[in-house]
Design a protein around this ligand. Structure first.
Ligand code: ATP
Ligand code: MG
Length: 398
């Protein structure tokens, strides 16, 4: 019955000069996500995109489209010719399909951008509404809070009928040049930070520090699996695996215990900045939120942040753990994040890390550490893999 899907852009239709670029990016992504369906056509107009199904089942396609940032809402639709009687018939068919055996309230909203169509919107509202009412039993009109809104849009190429929009992923479509390096551990927070960063139209690359043999192959696999989930939203993602064992050993040996975590983070930040520079990323993202653990006090952030002048994005900064976990579950990250394999930070974690580390102390201690050599060695040893977009088992979106 449904032969089209209508995609609405939401906030990107407001973005002035950037609009055109955003729409081009969005269309590209839509086509990429639907590349397994060569018969499907995608057409764009001023404020929406129309996917012509050409016989494909709308359900799996809807699911895929719901992962695309920049789509605000979407609905399956039926297209008819410019003929009021046909429109009424299809409207009835659609309403019946949506309500099944239930009792429902509804209203009709007609838009008529194609002014040559000879019926006025107001008249059509009444006409179509009356027709549908007289052919159904458990339906009543409620223009303020209807259970179902039947939308009819008369465009130049025909009339599109749809009901009940479902929510899209929201946010902004990915712009390939807007690249950000995500510092990705195997924990709960940083993958969620990656998701939220991508949601703002950013292309992500991920950096993971591992310390074999203290961290296992399985903890690395865990990170790859997390990236795989993230790639459902942003397409293929490059993952940089940084060998961090020597740096951690040097820190453990040379640095005072209570500053070792601060200095480890500063080293991670330095290495990530180098990788950002090398790969044309313009900012760094982390999963930090304020006040969760010792490394995430405001004093600690100040001291860690000293070593980079790249913008550090912390999308979780104001969130509490419950909110973060809710997002993590909703997009299928959680079960991977809670796998028990050790992280390089936990292995070397000191017993009593300083909760208020100071810049001047960190700088003083680091004089006894071959900072530049360690950074260079780590950067040179990076292994970069491309995690390909995965296309099965989707989570529900926010
Ligand atoms: P997460 O849940 O993301 O592990 P966390 O609450 O455990 O975060 P920390 O261990 O203090 O917090 O880490 C803070 C941030 O530092 C992480 O969110 C992540 O961005 C970065 N980070 C920590 N460990 C690593 C790692 N092994 N590789 C890359 N980034 C890391
Ligand atoms: Mg962690």
């Amino acid at each position: 019955m449904y032969d089209h899907i209508i995609l609405r852009y939401g906030e990107i239709s407001l973005k002035g000069k950037n609009r055109k670029g955003f729409i081009t990016s969005l269309k590209k992504r839509v086509k990429q996500v639907l590349s397994d369906y060569p018969s499907i056509e995608v057409h764009q107009s001023f404020d929406r995109m129309i996917v012509k199904l050409n016989g494909e089942d709308p359900e799996p396609i809807l699911k895929k489209l719901k992962t695309i940032f920049g789509i605000h809402s979407l609905s399956v639709a039926i297209k008819t010719e410019h003929d009021l009687n046909l429109i009424k018939e299809k409207a009835l068919q659609l309403v019946k399909d949506q309500m099944g055996d239930a009792s429902m309230t509804f209203k009709v909203t007609v838009r008529r951008p194609f002014k040559q169509f000879p019926h006025r919107s107001q008249d059509m509202n009444r006409d179509i509404g009356g027709f549908v009412l007289s052919h159904t039993e458990k339906l009543t009109v409620d223009v303020h809070h209807p259970d179902m809104e039947l939308k009819v849009e008369v465009k130049q190429d025909g009339a599109y009928l749809s009901c009940n929009n479902s929510e899209g992923a929201g946010g902004l479509p990915t712009v390939q040049e807007n690249k950000v390096m995500l510092m990705l551990s195997g924990g709960i927070d940083s993958p969620v930070a990656g998701y939220l960063t991508m949601k703002r139209g950013v292309k992500l690359e991920a950096v993971h520090f591992h310390s074999p043999p203290f961290t296992s192959e399985r903890s690395r696999q865990k990170v790859e699996d997390l990236v795989k989930v993230l790639s459902r939203f942003g397409g293929d993602i490059r993952l940089h695996i940084v060998p961090f064992t020597n740096t951690q050993k040097a820190i453990q040996k040379e640095m005072p215990d209570n500053y070792s975590m601060t200095i480890m983070r500063r080293m991670m930040m330095r290495i990530t900045e180098k990788l950002a520079e090398k790969n044309n990323a313009l900012a760094i993202a982390t999963g930090e939120s304020l006040g969760q653990v010792a490394s995430q006090t405001i004093q600690s952030m100040n001291t860690i942040n000293e070593v980079t002048n790249y913008p550090v994005l912390r999308p979780l900064i104001s969130m509490d753990k419950i909110e973060i976990m809710r997002i993590s579950r909703a997009i299928d990250l959680y079960d991977i994040s809670i796998r028990p394999y050790e992280d390089c930070c936990t292995v070397f974690l000191p017993e009593a890390p300083k909760t208020k580390p100071k810049r001047e102390h960190a700088n003083k201690f680091e004089q006894y550490l071959p900072v530049e050599e360690l950074v260079e060695e780590a950067v040179n040893g990076v292994e970069t893999i491309i995690i390909k977009e995965k296309d099965d088992s989707f989570g529900e979106l926010l």
